[in-house]
Design a protein around this ligand. Sequence first.
Ligand SMILES: Nc1nc2c(ncn2[C@@H]2O[C@H](COP(=O)(O)OP(=O)(O)OP(=O)(O)O)[C@@H](O)[C@H]2O)c(=O)[nH]1
Ligand SMILES: [Mg+2]
Length: 425
Amino acid sequence: MFHDRARIHVRGGAGGNGVVSFRREAHVPKGGPDGGDGGRGGDVAIVADASLRDLSNFRRGAHFNAQRGGHGQGANKHGATPDVLEVRVPTGTVVEDRDTGDRWELLKDGERAVVARGGGGGRGNKQFATATRQSPRFAERGLPGEERTLDLQLRLSADAGLVGLPNAGKSSLLARLTRAQPKVADYPFTTIEPVLGTLERDDRQLVIADIPGLIEGASGGAGLGHEFLAHVERCRLLVHVLDLRPLDGSDPAENLETVEQELREHGHGLSGLPRLLALSKADLVPPEEARRAVERWSERLGVRVIATSAATGEGLDELAGAIFTHVPPPEPSEEPGDTPATHRVYRPGRGDAYSVHRTGPKAFRVEGERVERLIARHDVDNDEALRYVEERLRALGVIKALESAGFEPGDDVEIAGIVFELDPG
Ligand SMILES: Nc1nc2c(ncn2[C@@H]2O[C@H](COP(=O)(O)OP(=O)(O)OP(=O)(O)O)[C@@H](O)[C@H]2O)c(=O)[nH]1
Ligand SMILES: [Mg+2]
């Protein structure tokens, strides 16, 4: 079974906590603060690995949790930051976070994207020492790491794709054009997963994909084809394979339209890709009829049409040559050696904004990334830490904003689900 989709959960490691510690020296009764900072939590990165074939390594809903940062220690020792947790996926995997719309495309071996950053480490008490607060008895907690649910989808990187109805002869053509050995049989849906083959000529190579047969309704979910239409998106040329003499007696013109309709309905630019038409099984009709079919179809479609037979080899060289001439050169960004910006590294915004809401007669709520982070970092049951939080809230202008909303010292304030009495001095 070919697994081209998976869903995973990733979580950056939590930051380590800062620590409260004081220097101890035999002859100094009370040394200064020397609590070290916690280390940043580990990141989770997705790395493209050309040796992987598909996404079958991923159990349903697998979790990847990076390690947490080390806690700070006395004597000003900082906690360690663990190694990045690497999740290896086959080259050609598209990673998407449906909640945020973030998306990464890992197209080349070794390409990587940090998808969940570790949380920041907390500062140790040494960092909170000031002229007026010489022995701070509080330190910051580390922050939780970033968390996401990611949808992985493997897109094959083929230059040209063979598309057509089931039984049209796509796999037979691939087998004759390349060294690939797809299964060939006289029933529809013989091919149930895409097969790749390499077409070689002089010093050029092109990858050709044999896509499972498309039937009416494929783009809407019918048959097997729709699952694989996504793979065709990255092709730069489509070779439409059309059976000249279908076994089921169907009309080739209608068959061609069925497939073209599915390509249009799938969208993603598929119907705009350059086309070749390979008429298949030419050995089954008299040569004169095959010639007339070529003329008719080229006139009608305005594309290059070639009569082929996987049985006799007719038209195969011509088809291979036409594929080479009609595949457009790769986009400049796909040239080797050039590093395209195919992935984005997520950086949390500055998040300075906040809002103040009155929730009751003597109760308020403050929302905002920065203030919520402040609360997550401190234990407001610790008087000294609470005083520090008040100082920061004042510096951020939150106390002023609360006052203009009617706040009075001693009222309750809720931030990120934590309620405390705010009594700024
Ligand atoms: N006579 C003749 N038969 C052919 C030729 N090409 C394919 N066939 C036969 O047509 C049938 C279908 O061929 P496949 O290559 O499996 O067709 P496909 O398009 O890959 O079909 P699916 O994988 O089911 O979508 C098989 O019985 C082949 O032997 C040809 O050039 N001449
Ligand atoms: Mg096939």
